[in-house]
Design a protein around this ligand. Structure first.
Ligand code: FAD
Length: 313
C-alpha cells in the first residue's frame, strides 16, 4: 500500500490494528488498461485507515440485491459470527482486495480491480460491481482502523532486513500489491518483479527505485502461468537463489481441500526472499518447481493462491 501523506497526528500508533467497516463512496474510476479499473473510495473515517504494510488486504462487502447489511456492520470481533449466522440468500459476498494507495489526508483509498469475465457471462459479483461502478456508488469495506507497525494481520510481505535479493512474481490480481511493494522499497537491493497480465495494454508505469527490474509478461491468449513459470525459473537462476544444498522434499497442496497460503516465518538472516501470488494452480506449480527442482528454501518464500480458477470467493 502506498501511503502518500501521514495519517493525522492525533492517531496513536498501535501494535495491531483493529478491524472495522468503512461505509465508502466511489469518488473516481479510471481504467488502467483493458483488464483493470482503479476505484477511488472516500469516507470521512478513512482518515484513520490502518497502514499496516504494503500488500495490505481488505474485504469488499457486497450485499445481495434487496438485502440490508447494516446489522453486520458492528465494530469488534462479533461481525464474523453474525456473518456466518446469516442465511445463504442474504449473506453478502466477501471478496479480498489490496489497497493500492491510501491518502489519509484526503480520507481516500485506491483499489485496482481486475474485470475478469465481464461481458462474457462468467464474472463474479466483485468484478461485475466494479465494472459498473460510477462516482456516488456505495461500497462497504472491511479494513484496519488504526495506523500500525510491524507485521500484522492482512499483510504478508515481510523480507528480512538482511535480504539483499528479492523476487516477486504475480498475476494481474497481485499487480496492485507488487506495485505498492516496489514503490515503497528503499534503493540498494537487487529486485526482480515478474508480472503476468492478460494483455500488453495492461502494463503500467511503476515508480520504482534504482535496482528494481520489472518484467511484464502479457499472456495474449496463452495459458495462465505459461510465461510466468519459466520466467521465475530464469530469474531464480539469474539472481543466484536456486540452490542444491537443501532437502527438496515438498508435499503437494490439495487445492480442493485447502487454500494454498504458505507464508513462512522467514529466516531472519536470509540473503534472499521471494513473494509469489496469483491463481492457486499456477502458484502450486511454482511451489513444486522452486522447492523440488531448484532447491529454494521454503522459509525464504511466501506462496499465496489469491484466487482459484473455477471457484468463487
Ligand atoms: C490477499 C488477496 C489480495 C487480492 N487483491 C486483489 C486486487 O487488488 N485486485 C484484484 O482484482 N483481485 C485481487 N484478489 C483476487 C480477488 O479476490 C479474486 O479474483 C476474487 O475471486 C474476485 O471476486 P469476484 O466476485 O469478482 O469473482 P468470484 O465470485 O470469486 O469468482 C467467479 C468466477 O471467476 C473466477 N475468477 C475470479 N477471479 C478471477 C480472475 N482474476 N481472473 C479470471 N477468473 C477469475 C473464479 O475462478 C470463478 O470461476 C486478491 C485476493 C487475495 C487473496
Amino acid at each position: 500500500m502506498t501511503t502518500t501523506e501521514a495519517a493525522p497526528a492525533e492517531v496513536a500508533q498501535v501494535e495491531a490494528p483493529g478491524w472495522r467497516f468503512y461505509d465508502t463512496v466511489v469518488t473516481g474510476t479510471r481504467r488502467l488498461g483493458p483488464s483493470t479499473v482503479r476505484l477511488t473510495l472516500g469516507a470521512p473515517d478513512l482518515a484513520w485507515f490502518g497502514a499496516a504494510g504494503d500488500d495490505q488486504r481488505i474485504k469488499f462487502v457486497l450485499p445481495q440485491p434487496g438485502t440490508d447489511i447494516s446489522g453486520l456492520m458492528v465494530d469488534g470481533e462479533d461481525w464474523y459470527a453474525a456473518y456466518c449466522a446469516m442465511s445463504d440468500d442474504v449473506r453478502p459476498f466477501l471478496r479480498t482486495y489490496t489497497v493500492r494507495a491510501a491518502r489519509p489526508d484526503r480520507a481516500e483509498v485506491d483499489v485496482d480491480v481486475v474485470l475478469h469475465g465481464v461481458g462474457e457471462g462468467h464474472a463474479g459479483p466483485a468484478a461485475t460491481w466494479a465494472a459498473a461502478a460510477v462516482p456516488g456508488d456505495r461500497l462497504v469495506l472491511l479494513g484496519p482502523d488504526r495506523p500500525g507497525s510491524g507485521r500484522m494481520w492482512g499483510v504478508e510481505w515481510a523480507p528480512p532486513a538482511t535480504a539483499h535479493t528479492l523476487l516477486l512474481a504475480a498475476d494481474e490480481t497481485a499487480v496492485p500489491a507488487v506495485g505498492a511493494i516496489l514503490e515503497g522499497l528503499d534503493p540498494g537491493r537487487r529486485v526482480v518483479a515478474l508480472l503476468e497480465v492478460p494483455e500488453a495494454g495492461d502494463e503500467q508505469a511503476l515508480d520504482v527505485p534504482e535496482g528494481v527490474t520489472v518484467r511484464w509478461l502479457p499472456r495474449s491468449g496463452r495459458a495462465r502461468g505459461e510465461l510466468l513459470v519459466p520466467a521465475v525459473h530464469a530469474a531464480l537462476c539469474e539472481l543466484g537463489i536456486a540452490r542444491t544444498d537443501v532437502d527438496p522434499d515438498v508435499e503437494d497442496v490439495d487445492l480442493d481441500a485447502e487454500m494454498l497460503w504458505e507464508v513462512p516465518d522467514v529466516d531472519a538472516t536470509a540473503g534472499c526472499y521471494a513473494w509469489l501470488a496469483g491463481e492457486a494452480g499456477v502458484v502450486k506449480q511454482l511451489r513444486r518447481h522452486l522447492v523440488t527442482d531448484l532447491g529454494v528454501p521454503r522459509n525464504e518464500v511466501a506462496f499465496m493462491g489469491y484466487w482459484r480458477l473455477g471457484v468463487a470467493g
